[in-house]
Design a protein around this ligand. Structure first.
Ligand SMILES: Cc1cc2nc3c(=O)[nH]c(=O)nc-3n(C[C@H](O)[C@H](O)[C@H](O)COP(=O)(O)OP(=O)(O)OC[C@H]3O[C@@H](n4cnc5c(N)ncnc54)[C@H](O)[C@@H]3O)c2cc1C
Length: 427
């Protein structure tokens, strides 16, 4: 790889998600050369992917060019490349554009979809883990209604107008709320020939409540809101198979052309790394984010798992955890050059939240749990503030205000037809 050799230790960072971005911002690049590698030339704000999929936001309001984020940072090099293989024996990272040697390696490659070995489901369902997947889902939702207009077969029309979301976590709940808003306020105007009383939205959840990782209070409030929005929730129900037309579950079958997979993720580990993994295929690291038995190799964010007394199965896979680990590791490496001892990572829980739709959100803070309109305002404020730059905040804010006042979602565009892409191009 064409990166100049300088007389400084070189840190190679894989991934510019929340963890890699924070790490790279905080590392002292006057004392390290930093080489950041990502397969995309942008950082994705994943919490708002569902709004792209449901035509609420344009894709470029939730992604940022990596080069722009680090403009002016000294001793910093970004390379757009896919990491294929890591050789810790040679201290080398192999990518599709060449290889590069490291002194320190930081693996921040995030998570990917987990279909638990169910090949049919992987083949036919729509995940929503990346920008391209969200855009494909947006196209598919709209294409379904275009097709529904053209069929006289009632069963086929029902399949096209029914949506099954697998997973009642925040992603599933938020997406169901957004699709129900489309059904209520937007689609009937676009497709006056269709009868939207036929359109069904289902959430299939294997556990006994939605938002299982949040409080009982949040779960109950979310269930009530989903019910009000006409979303049908099926608890204690497992999806068993899907052939593109029929979703088979442990309880009953659902006819639908769109099954959205929001039920499982796993660590996205580059090849060649012979590290021990925990639940959800995450790399087991110690409390300094170091991979045991590997010299100067660290892992942070969703792909890493620190087991502790408070979190025996690792910290939750959240943006706030990823950011805190990125900042903490940078601080530790900065300290290490001054000969100061490393500090163990301790997660500071800042709470979790989910929005179900217009005026409805649930917020679990460590000291206070609330919901409703105030929860919704809090959700919007926090998400706006977390966006990377002022321009994105402004664009998203204007889009939200416009949608709120006009009951509209402005990006109902089929740019690339779903079904014409290869699955491996999506992630
Ligand atoms: C739909 C959705 C909604 C979410 N909502 C919330 C929320 O409301 N609140 C919250 O706290 N968290 C939320 N999360 C979780 C949060 O987004 C993740 O915890 C966070 O993104 C983890 O950050 P990360 O840096 O570990 O990984 P990521 O953000 O996933 O970044 C990984 C990076 O690595 C790159 N990469 C991966 N493999 C390679 C490779 N082989 N070569 C080169 N580059 C590679 C990717 O392109 C990516 O840029 C949500 C996630 C999703 C999918």
């Amino acid at each position: 790889m064409n990166v100049p050799a300088v007389n400084l230790p070189r840190i190679v960072v894989i991934g510019c998600g929340f963890a890699g971005l924070k790490f790279t911002k905080r590392i002292d690049s006057s004392r390290f050369q930093v080489v950041l590698i990502d397969k995309n030339n942008y950082h994705t704000f994943q919490p708002l992917l569902y709004q792209v999929a449901s035509s609420g936001l344009a894709p470029d309001s939730i992604v940022y060019p990596i080069r722009k984020i680090f403009k002016g940072k000294s001793n910093f090099f970004f390379r757009m490349a896919k990491v294929e293989h890591i050789s810790t024996a040679e201290k080398m990272v192999h990518t599709d554009i060449g290889r590069i040697k490291y002194d320190h390696l930081v693996i921040a490659s995030g998570a990917t979809n987990n279909f638990f070995g169910m090949e049919q489901i992987e083949k036919y369902s729509m995940p929503m883990k990346s920008l391209t997947e969200s855009l494909d889902l947006r196209s598919l939702i709209l294409q379904n209604f275009e097709e529904a207009l053209n069929t006289n077969d009632l069963e086929e029309r029902n399949r096209l107008m029914n949506f099954v979301i697998v997973g009642g976590g925040p992603t599933g709940v938020e997406l169901a709320g957004a699709i129900s808003e489309l059904r209520e306020h937007v689609l009937p105007n676009d497709y006056p020939d269709l009868d939207f009383r036929q359109m069904q939205i289902h959430i299939i959840e294997a556990g006994s409540r939605v938002l299982g990782a949040m409080s009982e209070h949040a779960s109950q409030k979310a269930s009530k809101a989903l019910d009000k929005f006409g979303v049908q929730v099926w608890l204690d129900t497992r999806v068993e198979d899907y052939d593109g037309d029929t979703v088979q579950t442990s309880k009953s079958n659902f006819e639908s052309k769109t099954m959205i997979w929001a039920a499982g993720i796993q660590g996205s580990i580059p090849g060649g790394l012979n590290a021990a993994v925990g639940r959800g295929r995450r790399i087991l690291v110690d409390s300094f984010n170091q991979i045991e038995g590997m010299d100067q190799v660290y892992s942070i964010g969703d792909v890493a798992q620190i087991n502790s007394e408070d979190y025996p199965n690792g910290n939750p896979m959240l943006a706030s955890v990823a950011e805190q680990q990125g900042a903490h590791l940078a601080r530790n490496l900065n300290r290490s050059l001054g000969g100061r001892p490393l500090q163990p990572f301790v997660y500071k829980d800042k709470g979790t939240m989910a929005t179900i739709g217009r005026n409805k959100a649930v917020v679990d803070l460590p000291f206070w749990k609330f919901s409703g309109f105030f929860g919704w305002l809090t959700w919007m404020f926090v998400h706006l503030m977390l966006l990377v730059d002022f321009r994105s905040r402004l664009v998203v804010f204007v889009d939200w205000v416009y949608s709120y006042i006009r009951y509209d979602k402005g990006t109902r565009l089929i740019v690339r037809k779903a079904g014409t892409f290869k699955k491996q191009d999506r992630s």
